[in-house]
Design a protein around this ligand. Sequence first.
Ligand SMILES: [Zn+2]
Length: 496
Amino acid sequence: MTREAEYAGGMMDKRLQTRLWRVLLVIAIGGIVSSPFRSIFADDAPATGSGLLTRESQHLRLTSDVDDPALLDDLIRSFEDALPQWLAFWNVPESRIANWKIQAYLMRNVDTFRQSGALPDYLPRFQHGFATPHTIWIRYQDTTYYNRHLVLHEAVHSLAFELFGAGGPSWYMEGTAELLALHRDRVPTPSRQRRMGVPGNAGVLAQSMDPFTINQLPRNRIDTPGWGRYKIVSQHREAGTLPTLKSVLKLPMELNGEVEAYTWCWAASSLFTNAPESRTSFLNAARRGSDQTEAFTSEFYRDVAEQWPVLSARWRLMMNDLDYGFDWSRHQVKLSTSDPRASGAPFQVRVTPDQSWQSVGMWFPKGAKLRFTAKGRCHVTPDWVSEPAGITLEYHRGDPLGQLQVCVLPIATPAEATIPGLDIRPVLTRTDVSKFKANTPDGSSDDSTPIPGSNVIAINEPSWVLLRINLPAGHSPVETVDGKPEAYQVQIIPSR
Ligand SMILES: [Zn+2]
C-alpha cells in the first residue's frame, strides 16, 4: 500500500487531505530547488544548484541544508496538519489565513545560511529557533520529533503575529507555542485493536492510523524524544524548587532559551487551558497579544483573580503528579471556593481509580481533626486487586500501589516563590489492617467491613481534603462487568 493510500485511510479532514497531497505532489515532482535567498520573503524560487532542498505547501516553504527529503516532507505535512488545529484552538476561521505563508529554514550548518543572507546578522543568536512574522529559523536536531516540535513552536509565533499582532508577554507567548508544538505523530493504533481482540495483522494495522494531533501530553519518553521537560519537573520536585503559579506569570520578557522557564510557561498554559476556571480567559487573552507588557498579565490575572486559590491549588497538584502518562482527563478534581464548610458530622465518599485526587466536597476549618475508616477493593493492574492499605509487592513513587491516600490542601495561595510539597499520607496503615484482622475472627478475607485507620489528620489552616488511590500516571481502570467503576468506600469522621 502506498503512503498516500495509507494516509487517506486515516481520520483526517478530507478537504485538507486533498489540498495537502496535491501540494506535496507538485513539490515532489519539482524536486530539489535551491538558492532561494535572493529574496527570503518571496515565494518564487530560482534554482541554481547550491545543494539546498526546498519543500513547499500552501502555507509553508521550507528550505534546508539537511539532505533528508523524507524529513522535510514530514515537517511540511505536520505543519499543514497542525495549522487547522491551531486555528480551532484559538477559534479563528480558516479563511483568516487564506493568504498567509511563511518561509522556514532548517539549518544544520548555520554559516551557510548566514553567508547567503538567509539568516541576517541583525537577528540575535539563538540556541534552537527564532521567529519573525514571515520567517522562522530552526537549528537541526537529532530526532525527527524535536525538529518537528521546533518548526511548530516557531510557526506558532509567526501565526500569532499574523492573527493577533504578537503572542503576548513571554510566559504566554512561549507557553502557548510549547502547548501547540507538543504533538503526537500519526501512528498505527495497535493497542486499541489489541484491547478489542483484533489479531495483530500488519495489513489491518496499517489502515488504522491515529491522526496527527497537537496539544498532547507525552505518554512516554518515546512520544517526545529530545523534549525532556518532565525531567526538569521531577528534578525541581525532588529539590523542592518548583515555582508557584504566580511566579511563572512574572517571568521576564526575554527567557534566553532557558529550558526551565519554557517548562513552567508550558505547564502553566496547559493548566490554564484545562482548568474550567481559566480556560476562556486564557484563550481570549490571545486577542490582546500585541500587548507584550505587564498590562497583558494584569488583565488576565484580574479575569481569574476570584478563582486564583483554585488555580493555585490545581497547580500544586499538577506539579506533584506531572510525569509521562499524565492525562488531564484523570485530573478533573472538583475544587471550588464556594464548597461548603464541613459540618462536623461524619460522612461517606467513594474513591474511584478512574480519577487521581478526588475532593471530599467541602472545606475544613483550622483546628479540625479527621479520622477515617475505609473498605473496598479495586484492580490496580489487570492481575492485582488491592484494598485501601495497598499492595506491598508493587510500589508507585515509594508508596504501595493501590494505597488510599489523603492530602490536606490549604486554600490560601503559598506566599513563597516556590511551592511547598504536598502533605500526602496513607489513610490506613498495614498495622491498622493487621490489628483489625487479628480482632475480627471472620473478617480476614472480607472487604465489606470498614477498617478504622489510626492516622488522625490535623487541619492547621482552612483546607480542602482530597483522597486518591495511589496509581501510576496513565493508569487505565479495569473494566468491570457491570460497567460501574470499582471504588473504596471511605467514611470521614471530623472532630475538634
Ligand atoms: Zn519561542
